[in-house]
Design a protein around this ligand. Structure first.
Ligand SMILES: [Zn+2]
Length: 213
């Protein structure tokens, strides 16, 4: 099928979401003065002053090799990961240069990668990760709600308001269906909201304690 979240995006960690990721912003690395070929640097993220993750980086001519440890699954087995990430540059309108990561998963030019997991990747890729994760619970709830909307002749999309009772349908059936619809829509939306909140929390800078060493 090749739709969102299916197939080839999956090899790098189906269960991972932005929830447990820290942003690695190339602009901050640039400001910290570490984007110089031959340079090595360390970077760490803190929550409430306590370190939650750290990586090391080795800057080469047109790429940065990110070096870190990744714990696979629930087991206590740590893997040593060296992930090269290509860099790109574009000129700024008023002079100077903009630096970009080339996302290792999708090839997009982005300012922020999220990690450290099995792989650093951009928010689009983590968005796909979320979409695929949804297939289990939230997505089942969404499909259930949409199916009921079709049956009731309501406009598609759980964000749209519901409609009335179709002619010829018993009130009891209608009430049962709307109850299931509301619960399903709520469950599906709760998943989206939770994910969005975790994204916002990250962007507001819970992981904001990044420092060059
Ligand atoms: Zn990507």
């Amino acid at each position: 099928m090749g739709g969102i979240g299916s197939g080839r995006h999956w090899h790098y960690g189906a269960k991972r979401t932005t929830e447990d990721s820290c942003p690695l912003d190339i602009r901050r690395l640039h400001r910290a003065g570490v984007l110089i070929a031959g340079q090595c640097f360390g970077w760490q993220w803190t929550v409430g002053g306590r370190p939650v993750a750290n990586i090391q980086g080795r800057v080469e001519a047109d790429r940065v090799v990110l070096v870190y440890r990744h714990r696979s699954g629930d087991e206590d087995s740590w893997q040593h990961v060296e992930q090269p990430v290509r860099l790109d540059h574009t000129p700024c309108t008023y002079g100077g240069t903009k630096h970009w990561w080339i996302c290792p998963a999708c090839g997009r030019r982005v300012a922020i990668l999220y990690g450290p997991g099995k792989l650093f990747a951009c928010r689009h890729c983590y968005g796909l990760a979320y979409a695929s994760q949804r297939e289990d619970d939230d997505d089942r709830a969404l499909r259930r709600a949409e199916k009921i909307r079709r049956r009731l002749g309501w406009p598609a999309g759980i964000a749209n308001p519901g409609g009335g009772k179709p002619k010829g349908m018993h009130w009891r059936t209608f009430e049962r269906l709307t109850a299931v619809h509301d619960a399903s829509a709520e469950a599906s939306l709760a998943g989206v909201v939770k994910w969005l909140e975790s994204m916002r929390r990250r962007q507001r800078g819970v992981c904001d304690g990044a420092d060059g060493w």
